[in-house]
Each structure stands twice: as C-alpha cells, then as structure tokens.
Design a protein. Structure first.
Length: 218
C-alpha cells in the first residue's frame, strides 16, 4: 500500500523555520500564533508548519515541543536531532533503505516514487524531494541513532492498597488476655503501561495470596 510522506508547498520555509526556532525561546506549545508572531512566518506557509513539525516529530500531538525540538536548539545536538526527525517523518523511506540519506538524486526520487505510488513527474514527488533535501542539509546522520527513539510511556499512577485491620480478640487463635494491637500498612504499586489484563491479574493474585490473606499478623 502506498504511503504518504511529509512535504511543504513552499519547501524553503522549513529552513527559515528551523533557523528561527534555534533562536527563539522554547514555547510551552507550538501554535499558529507562535509561528506567526515569534517566528514571523505568516500566511499559508506559516499555517502549514505546525502540522509538518508534528509529522517529523518536532512537536508532540498535544502541541508541546518534543525532545527532538529541545535537542535541536542545542548547537552540539542540532544535526543529530534533525537526522532523527527525518528518520521519524520519512520512516517509510528508511524501512525500504536505511541509508536513504546517502542516495543520489535519481535513486532517492525512485525510492520516493516506490513508497508513495505517485507518478514520477508529479508535483507531489518534487515537493517531497525538495522538502527532504532541505532537512537533509542540516542533518548529521553519523551522530544520530539508527532508528527514531519512541517516547517512553509513563507508568500508571501508584495505587494504595490498605491492609485490613485486625482487632483485638478477633480470630480463633487469639490467646486469652492477649494485648490487642491494630496493624496496617500501605502498598504503593507502580503498574506497567500495558493493556494486557493477564498482567494485572497476575499482580493482584500474587498480592492476595502473599499479603492480603496472610494470617501472620494474628
């Protein structure tokens, strides 16, 4: 099945955008207002930038700057950050050829046509190539990871499981005259980020068998 690859109708805009991003303070969110006001890129070219930056991993889906964005602003990391953004946004190219950035113009065009299914002389192919090349000029693939790093999934929030309290005199094993004591403790459990219900079943079964049903406190 043919894939779509990110491109800009004005490919040179990305070079201007990245130059201004490197100088502007990192915003809490990358919005149209930020592009228009702080980056001074207006009109249709400005409106196209936020969706494009999301496609290449510079901006998270909620509009916040990504790790790639913040690393790019560090001069010693900018080249490798761009390389990672290229591998992220043009993943289909790298699935077909992990050294896509080393291809000559003819071979790169052939790869784009292969991946997208577009006609070789189409305007879309031309815009993809020009946008890609503008990014490639700023990239350092030698210092970048060989594959884009996926954002780490946070663990679920800790949950608290109170231990049932045992009252003095409860249970058949309580000795006459024994001084009563109430004991309780809290378990803070970090659950893994998974949708596999069997994982949770195993965790809570183990808790029940080893802690919650224990008679050691009697």
């Amino acid at each position: 099945m043919a894939d779509t690859l990110p491109y800009l109708a004005a490919p040179g805009t990305i070079t201007t955008c990245l130059e201004k991003i490197s100088n502007a303070a990192t915003p809490s969110k990358v919005t149209g207002d930020f592009v228009n006001t702080k980056l001074a890129i207006k009109g249709g070219s400005g409106r196209a930038l936020v969706p494009f930056l999301k496609k290449i991993g510079f901006v998270n889906s909620d509009g916040t700057p990504s790790d790639i964005y913040t690393r790019f602003r560090n001069p010693s990391e900018s080249g490798s950050a761009i390389a990672e953004a290229i591998r992220f946004g043009y993943k289909s190219l790298y699935d077909s050829n992990e050294y896509a950035h080393d291809l000559n113009d003819a071979d790169l065009k052939g790869l784009v046509v292969q991946v997208t299914g577009q006609e070789s002389d189409s305007n879309v192919v031309s815009l993809i190539l020009r946008t890609y090349k503008n990014l490639r000029e700023l990239a350092d693939f030698e210092g970048a990871a060989s594959s884009p790093v996926e954002p780490a999934k946070p663990l679920a929030s800790p949950i608290t499981i109170p231990q049932p309290q045992r009252q003095a005199g409860q249970g058949s094993s309580s000795a006459p005259g024994r001084v009563g004591m109430n004991l309780s403790y809290t378990i803070n459990l970090n659950l893994p980020a998974t949708s596999d219900i069997s994982v949770f079943n195993a965790i809570f079964k183990s808790l029940k068998e080893n802690l919650l049903d224990s008679d050691e406190l009697e």
